[in-house]
Unconditional design. Structure first.
Length: 287
């Protein structure tokens, strides 16, 4: 029996978290599969949805550990006697997160069994797990190749900018994973934030280009001399985003600097007086 995808648009009042997120309920007859699980207060909403139609939950699949996608999972798993599946690289961060937000809860239903290339069968279709690190080290996407449905978590979103900040985020990995998704035949993108998005190839190509534009902008500045990450933030983002977001922009800039350093396009120097790192184009690479 074919499956239907229900987009569960979930919200939270916790102001430390991003305030809306998607989970996806795949339904076929009485069987259901949940991709991501929303916030703590999303759990009763999703449990109610399952109960209303007497759906049997076959499992919860987390695209990555971030709290807006994962906090609801423990309650849903316990209520429906289901397992929570994640990639092993996001297992420890998930356990830490549950201990922080839900200290007395049981995490024994969480298992780190999602590896790249694994498949799962649901509704007579085959879904492939793709390990796509970058936004988090253990980020996965779930792809139904036959129908071209891609559940992309936060790796590809049609709204805003994907957050790539160390230590969770890694830009080289992110771009390699994006190239991998670009090579797939996707009809419909089901993102972690924003509405489902048909034929997302142009969107993905645009997201990729935006990273390279930012990188070139940073390189142009570094060609003029030594910069700290924060001085780059003030130059690039100053006046465009509120000062209270500069810490996030700084992480983004550091992700770029890390990539450029790994590629030996920039060099860095630690100054013991200011206790800051200074970056410039590497001497073999200056124009
Ligand atoms: Zn995320």
């Amino acid at each position: 029996m074919p499956y239907q995808v229900e987009t569960l648009s979930l919200s939270t009042t916790m102001d430390t978290l991003e305030n809306s997120v998607n989970a996806y309920l795949l339904v076929s007859g009485q069987d259901a599969l949940l991709i991501d699980a929303g916030f703590i207060e999303s759990a009763p909403v999703i449990n109610q949805r399952l109960l209303k139609s007497g759906l049997q939950l076959q499992g919860i699949y987390l695209t990555h550990f971030h709290p807006d996608h994962s906090l609801g999972a423990l309650d849903i798993a316990a209520t429906n006697r289901a397992l929570i599946h994640c990639h092993r690289l996001d297992y420890k961060p998930l356990i830490d997160l549950y201990q922080q937000y839900l200290p007395s809860s049981d995490t024994s239903r969480l298992i780190a069994d999602l590896e790249d290339g694994h498949t799962l069968a649901f509704a007579g279709e085959i879904f492939t797990i793709l390990h796509i690190p970058g936004h988090s080290h253990g980020h996965i996407a779930i792809f139904d190749q036959k129908n071209g449905n891609l559940f992309s978590g936060d790796h590809v979103i049609p709204v805003g900018t994907v957050w790539i900040g160390p230590p969770d985020g890694h830009l080289v990995d992110y771009l390699a994973s994006l190239d991998r998704l670009l090579a797939l035949d996707v009809n419909m993108l089901y993102p972690g934030h924003g509405d489902p998005f048909p034929s997302p190839q142009a969107l993905m190509a645009q997201m990729r280009q935006r990273r390279f534009d930012r990188e070139n902008e940073i390189l142009l500045h570094l060609n003029t001399g030594e910069w700290t990450a924060m001085s780059l933030v003030r130059e690039i983002y100053g006046g465009k985003i509120p000062e209270s977001y500069h810490w996030a922009a700084k992480k983004t800039v550091i992700a770029h600097l890390q990539k450029l350093y790994d590629e030996q396009k920039v060099q860095m120097r630690f100054d013991s007086d200011t206790r800051l790192f200074y970056y410039t184009v590497s001497s073999t690479n200056s124009r």
